[in-house]
Design a protein around this ligand. Structure first.
Ligand SMILES: NC(=O)c1ccc[n+]([C@@H]2O[C@H](COP(=O)([O-])OP(=O)(O)OC[C@H]3O[C@@H](n4cnc5c(N)ncnc54)[C@H](OP(=O)(O)O)[C@@H]3O)[C@@H](O)[C@H]2O)c1
Length: 337
């Protein structure tokens, strides 16, 4: 598939490119990216036809939205699709008073969770100001999962299904957004949200990848039935599917544990037999699912971005997928390209 082709975004009426641009890295996650590199990556993505960009108030305490807006502001607004998120209010603060981890030298704001109706409206308005754009096309309720909220999750989930859901529904009714959803790191939370409310879409990070496909149990089938679109973020599982099982490889934003390294080594052995780069398989696998219109990889340099774009259309023989399944390295019921 070409990274610049167009795919329907579920039932929303939007069309996205199957290759999306993830902006967590330009929020300076783990280490800094300079202004020039941030802009150069977005311009390179644009020049290669990428027309879907995802950001969030949380990425770099506002920095990612500022940079995304800076780089996209002068493009024709109807030529690209933009998603951002609600659930955190940013308040100005002195740099010394801000707890930044895992971000470095990011925006001069502290972050405060808020999934109420009013908080959601404020978060949305603030995002437009930081982006300096007149609209956001897709809005996700961010981080209402156990991964992020721990023991508070059930309470947070209830608040979001009430206040944030009502606010986003109102914004959609007024035509200010086209699609509303939930952006989290757990498919179970997406499934529960879709059972509760009629969401148009989800951003599922790291939980439907070449390494793990439990989202096939019931979440992805329900999305197909309901016409909900699933954006897969973190499809390299935060690094290991791009770098391979080398020393220091990252899984779930931390050093990869040995069982994951072992599984990746086995997948890499099949890749070597077919002369397929591991990241090419990781990228192309995800968008083969009919409920997944687009994949979003995070990149840190223009070179990484160019490489990912090349990998996206690297030829992969169909027998490759069959062998992964035969060896128990991919679920039998997983759709393949
Ligand atoms: N809850 C949510 O809604 C949520 C959660 C997570 C992600 N997301 C979205 O999904 C996007 C992608 O996720 P992600 O950036 O967190 O993780 P990811 O795409 O799984 O991994 C990104 C990392 O992979 C490495 N990488 C990428 N291309 C590479 C290449 N060509 N060669 C070598 N290494 C390469 C880089 O690691 P190094 O930095 O180490 O070089 C990069 O930072 C985010 O930007 C965000 O938009 C949303």
């Amino acid at each position: 598939m070409r990274p610049d082709s167009r795919v329907k975004f579920g039932r929303s009426g939007l069309e996205v490119t199957p290759f999306g641009f993830g902006t967590a890295p330009i929020g300076n996650i783990f280490r800094e990216i300079d202004e020039e590199t941030s802009d150069a990556m977005i311009q390179e993505a644009w020049n290669q036809g990428v027309r879907y960009y995802d950001t969030a108030p949380m990425y770099g305490h506002g920095l990612s939205e500022l940079r995304t807006g800076h780089s996209l502001r002068w493009k024709n607004r109807d030529d690209f699709v933009l998603s951002s998120k609600v659930g955190r209010i940013l308040k100005p603060a002195r740099k010394e008073d801000i707890e930044y981890a895992p971000w470095t030298n990011a925006g001069r704001f502290t972050m405060h969770f808020d999934y109420s109706y009013d908080g959601t409206m404020r978060s949305f308005e603030d995002s437009l100001q930081r982006l300096n754009l007149e609209r956001i096309d897709i809005c996700f309720i961010h981080d209402i999962d156990v991964f992020t909220r721990g023991d508070e999750q059930p309470e947070v989930f209830e608040q979001a299904m009430d206040g944030a859901w009502k606010a986003l529904s109102k914004l959609k009714e007024e035509g200010l957004v086209k699609a509303i959803g939930v952006g989290v790191n757990e498919w179970e939370v997406c499934h529960a949200a879709l059972e509760r409310r009629d969401f148009d879409c989800f951003l599922l990070a790291g939980r439907y990848t070449l390494l793990e496909q439990d989202a096939l149990n019931k979440f992805l089938p329900l999305c197909e039935e309901r016409g909900a679109a699933v954006v897969v973020g973190g499809g390299f599982n935060s690094g290991i599917l791009a770098t391979g099982a080398k020393e220091g490889a990252k899984y779930n934003y931390a050093p990869a544990p040995e069982d994951i390294m072992d599984r990746v080594r086995k997948i890499e052995a099949v890749c070597a037999d077919f002369n397929v780069p591991l990241p090419a398989a990781a990228l192309q696998f995800v968008v083969a699912h009919p409920a997944v219109p687009t994949f979003m990889a995070g990149t840190r340099t223009v070179e990484q971005l160019k490489q990912n774009l090349d990998w996206f259309s690297h030829p992969i023989p169909s027998e490759f997928w069959g062998v992964l399944k035969e060896k128990g390295l991919l679920r039998e019921d997983a759709p393949t390209p």
